[in-house]
Design a protein around this ligand. Structure first.
Ligand code: LLP
Length: 858
């Protein structure tokens, strides 16, 4: 197979409902055109535990309850998926095998590990037997591969069967040909997690975290481009998010760091599962099935080098053992003797600290517990060495990171968290990955909260730090951090759509505020033009003009519309692309400053440009923006003139007496990083060597707004600071031409709900308009916050997909949204709809685009 492979892993809850299978299908279908998709799945949620208990029940003579429970789980899913009898045949055949196995166990009243492994393997074999039918039904070229044919265990035959068969180890190997031999040319491969085979042919299980490890072993086997672990959370967090919702997502970490975090209790990932992929440098992404397009944690070979704190974690119920002796001072072999005792009693030790007269250790594993015989023996023997003290239930709070010792100076303030707390022991790991404190158990939660707040609270930014758990799980609550104008005007908005027609509403007060912010917070910008393509509403044009802006137009119709709205005096830039020649003529006539994309149009219609001042749009080479379709610079993009062909442009312009007085670039849209505009300015200024009459440079629009949780707003002050550092501007005027920034948050789309319908586990909330009114989600996968305006303060219910009435599969405004339980007649409000909403609406299906209502400032 020559196409690259991506391995996907789905756990038990991710395969347990029809709705979740829909997610798997979507992912597979999205990747299959360019990749082989290798899907590793677990048993349906709850089934493995049921089977494990079922073995014990069978030993006690009971078989039917287990069979009924697992049959029901699979048949219910098959019903929800609408599978036919034929499509269930594989699963039912396996159920028959399971009946035989359990009946056999019930007969002899005992179960060897070998039988237990065979019973347990039913879970994954059955989930894949149903899964393959689902994939094929969706038209995917899919094949089911038996994981046991590819994964062979590597445990020594001397190990007890319970280990060899129920907690087996498989050595990673790279052998794509072996995979191809089984998968043939199929584009999608479905296989089982957790299962392997011993060299002598018996089914074996990989133990805890086994499915992740299986997926990693397959990734190594095929040399995958990436391993995606799909689960119920977005990834690794800076602390346990269920304890502290302020926990921040870690966007990227190295294998070593991830392993440490997993070992310290990040349950999303089994520490062992990175071992197969790390040697080949295969990146691992943890992704949330419920938020497929949301942020992720990426674990890989590369990462950030600077020392950093990545997490604060707490573990509880840890025994602390101290041995004190005066004899230790200068006494050789004391430590060795103490550790020898612990080792002999099978007690493993985690943290260690020694002083001149004492050694303290936390105990990791004590066979039979603190009251058991091994511990009693150890205590007796240790007493011979000194005074022994055991604190049974301590907590360990650890700061985990990289080069943690180098971070110490910056932690200074955070150590205030330890004031008045009793610390029993402090250690730093020899790999420099963590710093641990043993404290009393009731101190731990407060200490953790305090430390976490000091280390990761709001205001802490780093490239690897993502949004908080709270923001990720309740994005509707937090999509726009600024206070939202529409909350206060809810009743009025509901009245506006009392006739059940969808409508756009724009708040002019918000437009005015944004225009004034640009005026006041960007003192290094000389002139601002509103890109009216974002929303051409006349009242908006008048509002931005009142705040000192000019307008930027891209068509003759926009020019005419602008002049009608704001009169003949307002400065207008005309920046079209491949427009008819007549429109340039019209632009000059209406007094606009005209920008061309290169010399061709001057050759085509020299009479239009002869003797005129013109501006030239350049392509700085690198496009930016929220989606590839809004990146407007770069070799394959249709905009602008290349930087390496300036002389040609100059010659053609000179030939007709046209003078280039302005230079222009717009590299993309929806940018939240404050730096690109200063970079563009520097690039444009280089062209002044050729065009010596330049009076202004226009660095474009593209100023982004926060659209969803986890984004930080564009920092206008930082943008201005970056512009201030541009050298060589002299008396050249710096211009910008934003659209979205002025109007996006000012506008909402109000959508009366037409029908609510449940299908295959998904609840669809249907609205009076969809992609015909707002095409951004369909076109760019854009996220818009959606609220039920009728029930604004009700608690969220089950997630729903919000859809429109258009006959297109892509007519979806938002998936998996946590709205309050919604009914026909309710009104949904779509946020951030002021920019590129009504202006991009269509008459598709001959539906009338929503009208736009303007609200005067209050
Ligand atoms: N200047 C030029 C030359 C442009 O092409 C654009 C936008 C702007 C300024 C204003 O960009 P803004 O500040 O609004 O980002 N329909 C897409 C955006 C396409 C933008 C096209 N050009 C969306 O809905 O995201």
């Amino acid at each position: 197979m020559t196409v690259p492979t991506i391995v996907l892993k789905y756990g038990g809850t991710s395969v347990a409902t029809a709705e979740r299978w829909q997610r798997i299908l979507e992912r597979a279908a999205a990747l299959a055109p360019t990749h082989r998709v290798w899907i590793t799945i677990s048993a349906l949620a709850g089934v493995s535990n049921r089977l494990d208990a079922g073995v014990d029940a069978a030993v006690a003579g009971e078989v039917e309850p287990t069979l009924t429970a697992v049959r029901d789980a699979h048949e219910t899913l098959a019903d929800a998926l609408g599978l036919t009898d034929d499509e269930r045949a594989g699963m039912r055949g396996l159920l028959q095998d399971l009946r035989d196995l359990l009946s056999g166990i019930a007969l002899v009243r005992e179960a060897s590990p070998r039988l237990r492994a065979r019973v347990m393997s039913f879970g994954e074999l059955a989930s894949t037997a149903l899964g393959i039918a689902v994939l094929r039904r969706a038209g995917l070229d899919a094949v089911r591969v038996d994981a046991r044919d590819l994964l062979t265990t590597a445990d020594s035959p001397d190990l007890p069967d319970a280990t060899r068969l129920l907690d087996a180890r498989v050595d990673p190997r790279h052998d794509p040909a072996a995979a191809d031999a089984l998968a043939g040319s199929a584009r999608v491969v479905l296989t089982q997690g957790f299962l392997a085979r011993t060299p002598d042919g018996h089914t074996a299980l990989l133990g805890r975290g086994g499915s992740d490890t299986s997926a990693a072993l397959f990734a190594a086997l095929v040399g995958a481009e990436r391993l995606e672990i799909w689960t119920d959370v977005h990834g690794l967090f800076t602390t346990d998010p269920r304890a502290l919702p302020g926990a921040r997502l870690l966007r990227r970490v190295r294998y070593r760091e991830a392993r440490e975090l997993a070992a310290m209790g990040a349950k999303v990932l089994h520490p062992r599962c990175l071992d197969p992929v790390a040697p080949q440098g295969i990146p691992v992404e943890i992704r949330n099935t419920l938020d497929p397009d949301g942020p992720v944690t990426r674990i890989g070979p590369d990462g950030d080098d600077e020392p950093a704190v990545l997490a604060v974690v707490a573990r509880r119920g840890i025994p602390l053992l101290t041995v004190r002796t005066l004899a230790m001072w200068g006494a050789p072999g004391f430590l060795a003797k103490a550790f020898e005792v612990l080792a002999r009693c099978g007690i493993s030790v985690d943290l260690v600290a020694t002083s001149q007269s004492a050694v303290s250790v936390t105990l990791d594993h004590v066979p039979d517990g603190l009251d058991g015989a091994p511990m009693t023996r150890a205590l007796r023997e240790l007493t011979a060495l000194g005074e022994v003290d055991v604190l049974p239930d301590r907590a360990v709070v650890s700061i985990v990171g990289r080069s943690i010792r180098a971070v110490l100076p910056t932690l200074g303030k955070s150590f205030g968290a330890f004031a008045e707390k009793q610390i029993h022991l402090v250690t730093a790991s020899s790999e420099d990955l963590d710093l641990s404190f043993v404290v009393d158990p009731d101190e731990a939660p407060r200490l953790l909260r305090d430390l976490h707040g000091r280390l990761f609270g709001t205001g802490h930014t780093a490239p690897w730090l993502g949004p908080s758990w709270g923001r990720l799980t309740r994005p509707e609550e937090d999509a726009t951090p600024a206070p939202r104008w529409w909350r206060a005007r809810r009743d009025h908005l509901l009245e506006l759509v009392a006739d059940a027609q969808p409508r756009y509403v724009v708040d002019l007060g918000t437009v005015r505020d944004r225009a004034e912010a640009l005026r006041d917070r960007l003192p290094h910008v000389g002139a601002r033009f509103y890109a009216m393509k974002a929303n051409a509403e006349p009242a908006i044009l008048r509002t931005v003009v009142a705040a000192g802006m000019g307008l930027e137009c891209v068509s003759a119709n926009e020019l005419r519309h602008a002049r009608e709205a704001v009169g003949p005096e307002v400065p207008i830039l005309f920046t079209p692309n491949f427009c008819p020649v007549d429109e340039y003529r019209a632009a000059f006539e209406t007094g606009a400053e005209v920008t061309v994309d290169g010399p061709d149009v001057l050759r085509l219609a020299p009479e239009v440009f002869r003797g005129r001042p013109i501006a030239l749009r350049l392509d700085p080479g690198l496009g930016l923006g929220h989606h590839e379709k809004v990146r407007t610079a770069g070799a394959r993009q249709k905009f602008g003139h290349p930087m390496d062909a300036l002389a040609e442009m100059k010659a053609v312009a000179d030939g007709i007496g046209a003078t280039v007085v302005g230079l222009h670039a717009h590299v993309g849209s929806g940018v939240l990083d404050p730096n690109p505009w200063s970079d563009t300015a520097r690039t444009l200024l280089r062209a002044r060597e050729v065009f010596d009459a330049v009076q202004w440079v226009d660095v474009g629009g593209g100023l982004g707004v926060v659209e969803r949780a986890g984004q930080d707003p564009l920092d206008l002050d930082a943008m201005d600071r970056a512009l201030a550092e541009v050298e060589g501007l002299g008396d050249v005027e710096l211009r910008i031409e934003p659209g979205r920034y002025l109007v996006s948050e000012a506008g909402v789309l109000l959508l009366p709900v037409t029908q609510v319908r449940k299908k295959g586990g998904v609840t669809f909330v249907g609205c009076a308009a969809g992609m015909n009114a707002l095409i951004r989600p369909a076109l760019y996968g854009a996220w818009h916050g959606i609220h039920n305006l009728t029930r604004l303060d009700d608690a969220p219910g089950e997630p729903v997909d919000v859809v429109g009435p258009i006959c297109e599969t892509g007519d979806i405004l938002g998936r998996g949204r946590h709205l309050p339980t919604t009914h026909p007649g309710d009104v949904l409000l779509v946020e951030n709809a002021g920019a590129y909403g009504v202006v991009m609406a269509s008459r598709y299906n001959l539906r009338t685009p929503p009208e736009q209502v303007v609200l005067e400032p209050q």
